[in-house]
Design a protein around this ligand. Structure first.
Ligand code: WTA
Length: 656
């Protein structure tokens, strides 16, 4: 199986129309309806979004201005007041949904829990009151470092209830990475757990928090709230650490939602970029609520009796928008699963689908490729007939994996919703709508109504159909990131000036290469910057390089992505050593572990190759193109004459 290449995707001609019975019942029922909506939104985006905001959300006070656009800073629904937890919880309590399952949770060891909307509301209010008791107020940032347990969603909602922006740090990140993020956000409190279960192991989390906070490592943090999950032995610092199960059940369940300004910050989520420091992507309340609500409703065609399951972790944007906020705002039943396919049960995902009768299933291409490898016998041994819609996100999906997903998991009857979007965009940007869009394997298809996506060259000039270019968005949309936390300048440079504004018109630069075909379908080709995508996780090559050079043995490091059948890309590092440290297998393993300690297990290099020198231009810039060629075992492509020392490449080749 191979990754999508321009050649393989250019040959892809198959077209899968929406199933007629599904289309008949869908929110958006036909291609014509989509075209009309798209045209309406394009003609007047503000009126389009305002109409939906009025109809779909509850506001404490209506806005005065739909959009205030001072490029590159956008404000949506200015002057409006709301609380996203009111839309996700309180409003459903007034209807029959009060006793509907809001969250269904399945733990890896087989324990489970279901929270109705009324129960979830109660526990969110109690947790919010505990946060207040511990000194957290509106505007204070709260770090969340959790396994996939219901308390992770409850913690996020409790923060939003009182207007304290959360910053969720994926549990796979190391203590070091957690520390950097908590410091950047100046978090006042951290919510964590003793650990979580993953692949038959109890993964510790509290010890990482202890390590991050040791020696006053994060001076802003005063309190830690700890969920007991694995019952592992943990140290509880007096005056700092508190057990969730002691405080939350004892707290009052009365906590009115804080009236938030539409533009008040809802959360910060860190993501990798082209420099060493991860960026804090800032999302605000009103626009994010509306956009995640609408995309969830139309792209997943949520029905009231559906069981909807997104397999992401809440530590990523997919978990924020499509496990917690989007589905709950719609009053849906959102399933959370703690575990991952593992040798003791490679078919555990299909067990969960069968057990709960999952109707909508949303996962990543890397998982699909892993399932293919595990064998068809696992899904075939389960009853998957409840499935109606299948989604994918995180990286380009190769047509082979798409077809397998459609046939073996979907039984040939489920539309594949390939959603292209980013941490920065908040919600789906390019995606099929299941009742309206004919799909093509490997294409994320067409932009969501209101999203003016386009393909341009580096000067911002339009690119002809079927020619590759850069993916841009021409008009602000409600859930776009507002800034990089504490760094407006980086926000401007990274996203809005990379492609220079033309006639004062700014375009959003996504960092992805793309081709649009003659039917207006978008084919995403992957990142065009120094970001690599390993198993759907975004990693900055510079971050990994900084981690490597922080080891005393390393003089210089260059990291590139190497194509990988399962992970999409793998981390490949070229390292030159200090004279004091001779190369050895032990040092090689030690450096891999060093990256795990500095960033987390997701960044562990698949291969580290020691080199005498790295290929550089005469001005001293590392020529990554050559390293990418070497990493993937290809011939060096292109002109090497700009290189300072021609013998470097020969030596690197011999090293392979
Ligand atoms: C990639 C994840 C192709 C892309 C929601 C993007 C995709 C980056 C797709 C964002 C898709 C995401 N097809 N590529 N359907 N979805 N990507 O911020 O390169 O973790 O820029 O957000 O993932 O990753 P992030």
């Amino acid at each position: 199986m191979s990754q999508p290449t321009i050649e393989s995707i250019l040959q892809e001609q198959r077209l899968f129309p929406p199933p007629a019975d599904l289309a008949a019942q869908a929110e958006i029922k036909s291609a014509e309806e989509y075209e009309q909506l798209y045209a309406k939104a394009e003609a007047d985006p503000q009126a389009f979004w305002a109409e939906l905001a009025e109809k779909e959300l509850d506001w404490f006070e209506k806005w005065d201005t739909v959009l205030d656009w001072q490029p590159p800073f956008a404000k949506w629904f200015v002057g409006g007041k709301l609380n996203i937890t009111y839309n996700c919880l309180d409003r459903h309590l007034k209807t029959w949904r009060r006793n509907k399952a809001a969250l269904i949770w399945e733990g890896e060891p087989g324990d489970s829990r279901t929270l109705t909307y009324a129960q979830l509301h109660r526990e969110v209010c109690q947790t919010a009151n505990v946060l207040k008791q511990l000194g957290v107020g509106k505007g204070d940032r709260v770090g969340i470092y959790m396994p996939m347990v219901p308390e992770a969603a409850i913690a996020m909602l409790a923060c939003a209830r009182i207007g304290a922006p959360h910053t969720v740090v994926f549990g796979g990140f190391s203590a070091e990475a957690l520390k950097d993020r908590l410091n950047d956000a100046e978090a006042k409190l951290v919510i964590t757990a003793d650990g979580g279960f993953r692949k038959d192991k109890a993964v510790p989390l509290k010890t990482a928090v202890d390590k991050a906070l040791a020696d006053n490592g994060v001076p802003s943090v005063n309190n830690v709230l700890v969920v007991q999950r694995t019952k592992a032995d943990v140290t509880m610092a007096s005056n700092r650490d508190h057990w969730w199960h002691e405080l939350v059940p004892a707290a009052s369940a009365d906590c009115p939602p804080e009236p938030m300004d539409s533009e008040d910050m809802l959360f910060i989520l860190y993501t990798s970029g082209t420099t060493g420091r991860p960026k804090g992507v800032v999302h605000t309340t009103g626009g994010y609520n509306l956009y995640t609500h609408m995309t969830c409703k139309w792209a997943f065609d949520l029905k009231d009796n559906d069981v909807y399951w997104c397999t992401a972790d809440v530590g990523w944007i997919t978990g924020h928008s499509y496990i917690v906020y989007g589905p709950l705002s719609n009053g849906a039943t959102s399933l959370m699963y703690e575990g991952a396919p593992r040798p003791s049960n490679p078919g555990c995902f299909w067990d969960v689908v069968e057990k709960y009768g999952v109707n909508i299933f949303y996962t990543a291409p890397t998982a699909i490729r892993a399932f293919i490898k595990l064998g068809d016998q696992h899904p075939q041994a389960r009853n998957l007939s409840s499935l109606r819609i299948l989604g994918t996100v995180g990286e380009p999906i190769n047509p082979e994996a798409w077809i397998w997903y459609q046939q073996v998991i979907g039984g040939g009857k489920c539309p594949i919703i390939d959603t292209w979007w980013q941490t920065e965009t908040g919600g789906f940007m390019i995606t099929p709508l299941p009742g309206a869009t004919s799909t093509k394997p490997g294409s994320a298809t067409r932009p969501f109504p209101g999203i003016l996506a386009d393909v341009v060259d580096l000067d911002g000039n339009p690119v002809a159909d079927n020619e590759g270019g850069y993916l841009v968005v021409r008009h602000p949309w409600p859930s776009m990131m507002r800034t990089v936390y504490g760094d407006d300048d980086r926000f401007r440079r990274t996203y809005w000036e990379h492609i220079p504004p033309k006639d004062g018109k700014y375009v959003y630069f996504a960092g992805d290469g793309v081709r649009r075909d003659e039917d207006g379908y978008f084919w995403i080709m992957g990142r065009v910057d120094d970001v690599i995508n390993v198993s759907g996780h975004r990693l900055g090559t510079m971050e990994i390089e900084s981690a490597l050079v922080s080891h005393p043995a390393v003089a210089e490091a260059a990291v590139v992505g190497r194509p990988d059948d399962l992970k999409g890309e793998d981390v490949f590092a070229f390292v030159t050593l200090e004279n004091t440290h001779p190369p050895s297998d032990e040092l090689n393993s030690e450096l891999k572990q060093h990256v795990v300690n500095e960033i987390g297990v997701i960044a562990r290099p698949g291969e580290i190759r020691f080199a005498d020198a790295l290929p550089k231009t005469r001005s001293g810039k590392i020529i990554r193109r050559f390293l990418r060629n070497l990493a993937s075992g290809e011939d060096i492509a292109g002109d090497a004459s700009t290189m300072e020392d021609q013998s470097v490449l020969d030596k690197l080749r011999q090293g392979s």
